[in-house]
Structure formats: C-alpha cells, structure tokens
Design a protein around this ligand. Structure first.
Ligand code: SF4
Length: 287
C-alpha cells in the first residue's frame, strides 16, 4: 500500500494518488434492477467519475471524481458509515463483505463509468473471492473494456443514441492514472465515433456472458434507433437486447407504448433477441 492510501482522511490528494486506487461513491446491497440479471440480489460498487453527459442521467452526482475530502457511503449491515473516497481494491472487497446481508453475492461494478478505472476493476475481481463480478458500462471505451474483459463474468453494455448525449467532459491522464489507465481513451463525441466504439464493444462481448441495453427516451422516432440495432445485428447478433425505457427525469419524458413497440419490431425484423425491461429498482423505490 502506498503512502497516499495511508494518509488520514482529507490529507490525501484529491486526484491521482500514486498507487492503484479508485474513487468510490457507494457500496451497498440491493437487487439488480436492469438487464439480464434483473431481480438478482447483488452487491453494488459505484465508482465515481464519468465523462459522458446523458441527458437523462439519473446519477449526475457520479460525474465528478470529488474533492480531497470526498467520502464514500458504505451501507454496512450494522450501520451506514462514510470512508475516504479513494480506496484500494482490497479495501473495497472488504466493504463488499460488510454490506452483504448473507452469503457472498455477485458484485455489480457500476458508476459513473467504471471503465475509467480498468486496472482497479481487474484487481477488485481478484479480491472478490467466490463472487462473480458484473460490469455495467456505457460502452464508450473499448480499449478499457478489452483490458478488463477476462476479469469479469458479465458485461452489461449500454447502447445510447448520440442525440441523447451532450458533449463529453474528459478527465486528464494524471487524474485517471491512479486507477490504472496508463492511456487516455477519449470518449466518442459524434455519431461516427460512437458507431466505431459501439462496433468494437459489441465485437468484444460477442459470445460472452453479456447483454446490451438500449436506452429509449420519449420524443424520439423509432428510425433513430436503426443504426444501433443494425450494429448489434452486425457485430453481436446473439446478444440479448433489453429495451430500457428511460425513467422520466428533468425534461426527458418516458417513451410511449407506440415507440417501444416500433423499436421492438425493428429489432425483431433483424432477428435480435429483444425484451423490454424497465428500471425495476426505480419502480420499487430500491437503492
Ligand atoms: S454514462 Fe451513466 S453516469 Fe455517465 S452520464 Fe450516462 S447515465 Fe450518467
């Protein structure tokens, strides 16, 4: 363990300590609310930091890495508490064990965008013991995805309309170096770059335990989703595809039945394995 990780709370640098750490927003136990493993009791590790700006983002508090004295919420069995945000993979594995109400659970690593911290994710998986590690990613960083792929047992890959995204806000390389990203992998910023990243990510998860989530917001035309559906058909046609209606937030409405039906039929025309699964944890008021 390096010097920065032994610093008392508030003394460590806000960004880029000199060893392998990542900024942790919260660790808690709940039920998976989305995608292929919906309903499974899981432990969640939410990492801070996301360069993307989805207009319907429901966790904007995860965008920033945080200040020097930022903390992580640990929803431990006996009492909720806060710890310093920058943590080693071993510390986080210990926190996971503390939040589990029973036998070891699958760990869902989410964010933010956890692929900002690829080496951290790999190391956390080593400390996970018998637990499976599932990765939830926006699918914007194929190089990092390739780096972690053999360390995780499931990948849930978002498919987002470029029109639903504002301009990304990138972190600097020193900010990301702590989590083991020795490279700068810029996020896609236009439709062409998103198409390339999507194709790479889909090809990487093909024939693995993985799924794609197609986020559908209201006010869109079904034809806008064609490039995303065609990417899946071309690069990972066997992948389970979950239409995920956006939960209304700010000025972004939920999609109506007609739009969902039209998108589903376009997916079926391409012989994709499409299902509709809303954000069940939102519907049930779960963490
Ligand atoms: S990728 Fe996730 S955390 Fe980042 S802006 Fe989009 S919804 Fe929010």
């Amino acid at each position: 363990m390096h010097a920065a990780s032994r610093s008392p709370r508030g003394d460590e640098p806000a960004l880029a300590p000199s060893g392998l750490q990542a900024p942790v927003l919260e660790v808690f136990a709940s039920f998976q609310g989305e995608g292929q493993y919906v309903g499974e009791p899981q432990s969640f590790v939410r990492l801070a930091g996301c360069p993307l700006r989805c207009r319907w983002c429901d966790t904007p508090g995860s965008w920033a890495i945080g200040a020097a004295d930022a903390t992580a919420r640990i929803d431990a069995r006996n009492a909720r508490r806060r710890e310093q945000r920058w943590a080693t993979p071993f510390q986080v594995a210990c926190w996971v064990a503390q939040v589990e109400p029973g036998a070891p659970r699958t760990i869902s690593v989410t964010g933010g965008e956890p692929l900002l911290w690829p080496e951290f994710v790999r190391a956390l998986a080593k400390f996970a013991g018998p637990r499976r590690v599932h990765l939830e990613t926006a699918g914007a960083h194929p190089r990092a995805l390739a780096h972690v792929l053999d360390s995780v047992q499931h990948v849930s890959l978002d498919l987002k309309l470029p029109a639903d995204l504002d301009t990304p806000v990138e972190f600097s390389q020193p900010q990301l170096a702590a989590g083991g990203a020795p490279w700068l992998e810029a996020s896609p910023s236009d439709a062409r770059e998103w198409a390339e990243a999507r194709a790479e990510c889909l090809s990487l998860v093909r024939r693995r335990d993985a799924c794609a989530k197609l986020l559908v917001a209201g006010g869109r035309r079904a034809s806008e989703f064609d490039p995303l559906l065609e990417s899946v058909a071309e690069h990972a046609p066997e992948l389970p595809l979950f239409l995920q209606p956006v939960t209304p937030v700010r000025d972004v409405p939920a999609p109506d039945f007609e739009l969902l039906t039209q998108v589903a039929e376009r997916a079926r025309d391409l012989e994709l394995r499409v299902r509709l699964v809303p954000q069940t944890h939102k519907a049930l008021g779960l963490p």
